[in-house]
Design a binder for this molecule. Structure first.
Ligand code: DX5
Ligand code: ZN
Length: 238
């Protein structure tokens, strides 16, 4: 298992990481599935939190984060797809979240919410849906530790990759360079062997993958193959 200190990760744009999303895992064997994906090279565990309001699905809450905290040392990347995230951020942080991201679309006071996350000594991320432009983030790019670009409409696993995310990833990488910032770029939705090369070329560094890792077959082998394809794509970067 490769482990990187949080500060190193935050300051290392360009380093490719795989974040297996447990949304597609077998919840009755969660610890074993997480171990499998970790052996395959996953370096953070992506946890999709859905409330049935912000997105049309319900998943898990802080209790599951607390249990996962006991069975992995990897950072827990909590993607909050919920209304009023401020109400739950302290609870997720106490449960053991290391990274927390909130949707731009769900936050009326985004600046305040991001500072609330950081106040709990947790890395703070902001997420944009497919219909939300990168420009809406211009005032918070210097606050966040990472930006998550949705490449599907959030709510479900195993959806088709939306190619409109590519130019947003590229734009974020450009803005980061222009402004001398060091947030990392994460992409989520429809990432698999066919799409991973395109997002990596555009500048994505943290690759969330649910179905491609846990959907069928062995999570260890699946994760390893995906990471290999991603790493090869970085080597071909022009
Ligand atoms: C979708 C979630 C994703 C989901 C991705 O709302 O945010 O994290 O698990 O699943 P795949 O990789 O199957 O598209
Ligand atoms: Zn997610």
């Amino acid at each position: 298992m490769v482990e990187f200190p949080q500060a190193f990760l935050r300051e290392s744009p360009g380093l490719i990481e795989l974040a297996p999303s447990i949304l597609s895992a077998d919840f009755a064997r969660l610890a074993e599935q997480v171990r499998g994906a970790t052996e395959g090279g996953g370096t953070l565990i992506h946890i999709d939190v859905m409330d049935g309001h912000f997105v049309p699905n319900i998943t898990i809450g802080p209790l599951v984060v607390r249990s996962l905290r006991k069975c992995t040392e990897l950072p827990l990347d909590c993607h909050l797809m919920i209304e009023n995230p401020d109400q739950f951020i302290p609870e997720f942080a106490e449960a053991g979240a290391d990274w927390i991201s909130v949707h731009q679309e769900a936050c009326r006071h985004l600046d305040r919410t991001l500072h609330l996350i950081k106040g709990h000594d947790v890395l703070a991320g902001v997420v944009i849906n497919p219909a939300t432009p990168v420009d809406t983030l211009s005032e918070v790019l210097d606050i966040v530790d990472y930006v998550l670009v949705m490449s599907v409409n959030p709510g479900f696993g195993a959806q088709k990759f939306l190619a409109g995310s590519i130019h947003k990833i590229r734009r974020l990488a450009e803005l980061r360079a222009q402004r001398g910032l060091n947030f990392r770029i994460e992409v989520d939705g429809g990432i698999g062997l066919e799409t991973v090369g395109r997002v990596v070329h555009a500048g994505a560094e943290i690759l969330v993958a649910g179905n491609a890792v846990f959907g069928q077959g062995d999570p260890t082998i699946n994760a390893r193959k995906l990471l290999k394809a991603a790493t090869e794509a970085t080597l071909q970067k022009v």
